[in-house]
Design a protein around this ligand. Structure first.
Ligand SMILES: *Cc1c(COP(=O)(O)O)cnc(C)c1O
Length: 337
């Protein structure tokens, strides 16, 4: 089976498993797990930030950040399709007692002007605008990347208006590789950053939240309250450390594979409105002789799995476990449809 449903389906390879098997462990709630500590320090220094916290999921790192930056009744500014709003179970309200101010973006991206216009005046009728959440790459935007200048402009708006700026960087390394940026570019601008180790980087479990020392100390308290304090977590953190050390540069292969598949699909009359393919995600419309579901079924008959994300749209995600041979085979199948 060639599985393009998500870059979360990767399984740890032999070397990553060996790193996990031989990991030194301790009780991480006591902050005594040497591998977790090493992962957190490695990531913090990669981003040029003071501190990092290892958590079970990217949903948790995002939700901890929102909780840490806000008080109940505050407003969180984010793009209308952003993961923190659409895919985290209403966590902004559930965990933090906040509401979202949704901005319609362009392929998941919002602008500094839109952020400025979304800020409430200091008026007791209005919720206090407190936090801006960006997503890079944007999942629903089809793996789209921000122009870094726009991020800097948004940061200026935040600084002028006393807002915190959080980055949902579940796939940040895809953006960094696609745009030729560095992690420390982001570390300088954001108050907090969430990165996923279990997406394109290929680790089995975990995400990291990055920020300054005070912020991460507070985040550690919230992680405990959320039930995310883990004990000998070094056994999984070792996979994350391996991923950060070995699997970032190779993301360009995933991006190349996405381009090749996109080119084959665009030859087909029943494919249209493909989002620009900037990284490892393809989102496109299906019409004419197929619906999204019937095309997904036709591919499945050929051992290729994709996800219909609406009655007319399909998403394909390339990742570490997709080989050049898999891509050749996929293109061959597409050509026969
Ligand atoms: C996957 C993802 C997350 C986190 O998801 P988990 O499954 O909770 O790790 C957060 N943001 C975006 C944009 C994602 O794609």
């Amino acid at each position: 089976m060639i599985d393009y449903r998500s870059d979360t389906v990767t399984r740890p390879g032999k070397e990553m498993r060996e790193a996990m098997l031989s990991a030194k462990v301790g009780d991480d709630v006591f902050e005594e797990d040497p591998t977790v500590n090493e992962l957190q320090e490695y990531a913090a220094s990669l981003f040029g930030m003071e501190s990092a916290l290892y958590c079970p999921s990217g949903t948790m790192t995002n939700q901890i950040a929102i909780k840490a930056h806000t008080r109940p009744g505050d407003e969180v500014v984010c793009e209308a399709q952003s993961h923190i709003y659409v895919y985290e179970g209403g966590g902004i309200a559930f965990n933090s007692g906040c509401q979202a101010k949704l901005i319609p973006g362009y392929h998941g991206r919002i602008t500094a002007d839109q952020v400025l216009n979304a800020i409430n005046p200091d008026d007791i009728h209005k919720p206090r605008t407190r936090l801006v959440g960006l997503e890079n790459t944007s999942n629903r935007g089809g793996g789209s990347c921000y122009d870094f200048n726009e991020i800097v402009a948004i940061k200026e708006v935040c600084l002028k208006n006393g807002l915190a700026l959080h980055l949902d960087g579940a796939r940040l390394f895809n953006a960094i590789i696609a745009k030729g940026e560095t992690p420390s570019d982001y570390g300088r601008v954001f108050d907090s950053i969430s990165i996923c180790l279990s997406k394109g980087l290929g680790a089995p479990v975990g995400s990291l939240l990055l920020g300054n020392k005070d912020f991460i100390n507070y985040a550690r308290r919230i992680r405990k309250v959320f039930g995310g304090g883990m004990r000998q977590a070094g056994i999984i953190a070792a996979g994350g450390l391996y991923a950060l050390k070995h699997n970032i540069e190779r993301l360009k292969e995933d991006h190349h594979h996405a381009q090749l598949i996109a080119e084959a699909l665009l030859q087909k009359s029943f494919i249209s409105n493909m989002f620009p393919v900037e990284t490892n995600i393809l989102i496109f419309e299906v019409n004419g002789k197929y619906s999204a579901k019937s095309l997904a079924d036709a591919l499945l008959k050929n051992n290729i799995r994709v996800i219909p994300i609406s009655p007319t749209q399909i998403r394909i995600v390339t990742h570490l476990d997709i080989t050049p041979k898999d891509v050749d085979k996929t293109i061959h199948i597409i050509n026969t449809l």
